[in-house]
Design a protein around this ligand. Structure first.
Ligand SMILES: [Zn+2]
Length: 179
């Protein structure tokens, strides 16, 4: 079982100022590079893809301006597990600091590990779009789960995997804009 919760906070300049033990444990379990040096860095260095950065910036701005909070589902899959999580984003009254707390809703072991989700797998060829929020892939104009993407692209017969281009699928774009 993965670490079940983690939290981090940013200051008014969006720099990571507080990372709890769950953050470091989760980072280690998921092979996030450079997690040990996250403190003081910009949050946006850790959000993959221009589109997701843009949507999350808008969301953080709304949370700050309204001193409100939002809670959203997201996926944080790994090659061997499918993970559903929730993230709560809360503005601290009186300041511009924002707290993010994520907790695990469910974790399911995959029958077959999915190397597409492995950041260290060798890559070559045409980029494959991946949604950075729900971890689905766009194949032939349709957003599908990793198993389906691997099947449709016949990745098990290929020596190399396509590189990923990080974006946001229309459903997640809507979810983030409506939050
Ligand atoms: Zn998505």
């Amino acid at each position: 079982m993965t670490t079940s919760s983690l939290s981090y906070a940013i200051d008014e300049d969006d720099h990571l100022v507080k990372l709890d033990e769950g953050y470091y444990r989760f980072a280690e379990e998921n092979g996030w590079a450079e997690a040990g040096s996250s403190l003081g860095r910009s949050l946006w260095d850790y959000v993959a893809g221009h589109e997701l950065r843009k949507l999350q910036r808008l969301l953080v701005r709304r949370v700050r301006d309204e001193v409100g909070d939002v809670e959203l589902p997201f996926r944080c899959d790994a090659p061997k597990v499918r993970r559903e999580m929730n993230i709560r984003i809360v503005a601290r009254p009186g300041g511009r600091a924002v707290l993010f707390s994520a907790r695990l809703r469910s974790e399911l072991a995959r029958d077959v590990p999915q190397p597409l989700l492995d950041p260290s797998a060798p890559r070559a060829g045409d980029p494959l779009p991946m949604c950075g929020w729900c971890d689905r892939f766009e194949v032939g104009g349709e957003w599908v789960e990793v198993e389906e993407a691997a099947r449709r692209l016949q990745l098990f017969n290929r020596p190399e995997l396509p590189p990923l281009s990080h974006g946001v699928c229309p459903e997640c774009s809507e979810l983030l804009l409506a939050a």
